[in-house]
Design a binder for this molecule. Sequence first.
Ligand code: PLP
Length: 393
Amino acid sequence: MSTKVIRSKADLAINGAPPAFDQPLHVGRPNIGDREAFLQRVNQILDNQWLTNNGPMVQEFEQRIADYLGVKHCVAMCNGTIALEIAIRALGLEGEVIVPSWTFVATAHALYWQGITPVFADIDPTTHNLNPDAVRRMITPRTSGIIGVHLWGRAAPIDELQAIADERGLKLMFDAAHAFGSTYKGRMIGRFGACEVLSFHATKSFNTFEGGAVVTNDDELAETMRLMRNFGFHGYDNVIHPGTNGKMIEVCAAMGLTNLDGHAEVVACSRRAHATYTQALAGIAGISVLAYDQNEDNSHHYVVLEVSDTCAATRDQIIIALQAENVLARKYFWPGSHRMQPYKDLFPHAGLMLPHTQRIAESVVVLPTGITLSQEAIQTVSDAIRTVASPRS
Ligand SMILES: *Cc1c(COP(=O)(O)O)cnc(C)c1O
């Protein structure tokens, strides 16, 4: 631990002052669309008495997502993790699959859960996405595929990864859980690799309470995944494939349809919040806000602060100082998937190949966002960061 002195309300001797916010301001507050429209759809579901099993809401939702992303198939699922597992199995991945460690641990777990070994490759520290050269280094005769992650909604190096996959005869799919509505070279995420997996968890920019989907242009793959998410049923009494229960329920699809109508507004709001944070935090030594490429679409849902050694406070001191103001900022993915179980015990030396991942994992803070966050609140949070991160004179 560093010996940097914490500079917060506490040691500024204004102890007893109330926190800046009465209510906790936390990362991952859900974006909730038009309540009346949602409740109307729920009433429709109850009137229909069709609660699940590929009902009309799910069918409409799948069509709208596929149209929006410009992709042939959207197979909606109960959550993003099951969607990952089903995609992995439908693609026939086996042996070893290369993934980043710098991602939500579900990316690795979805492989491990099915007896596949996740092999962690390092990232490019400027993009936080897989480094293609690092991916090459991790290929062995047992490697069957690569799962790229579009971290923070910024596209992975898709063309480079596809070139590696083609050259080495590997399958390529993407964890696009952060990337709903993002573009890569001007084209919507969703069409790349063999398939892409979305999460609609409550904490994501766009949510269906819980939910997920696999999107693909591959007819056969889509058909296999439809069977797999419903126990392999092909019509009544006819099971033609091994399967599980990965179905999205009608209420979740109703939430999705409602939130889809409001999504452009959510993105505009997040874009504004990101710009306000960036401006309010400018010029603090050792602190930077991860930028989004102005030529690409991105939900701007994640405001990612990087705290370097030149900052007067450590990353953890900033988090503690914000906590004192009732601002619950988060480390995210810390300490890296490879240092979580079971991978920590299975691959105790994985960190040797992951220097950038390890450094980034120690330097990131994700700040509160969402449609309920006011511009004033952003200013207050930023002021608190400036106070703790300013060198003592
Ligand atoms: C959220 C997330 C998932 C898991 O999605 P769930 O819907 O929560 O199961 C997988 N990968 C990444 C990168 C995520 O952020």
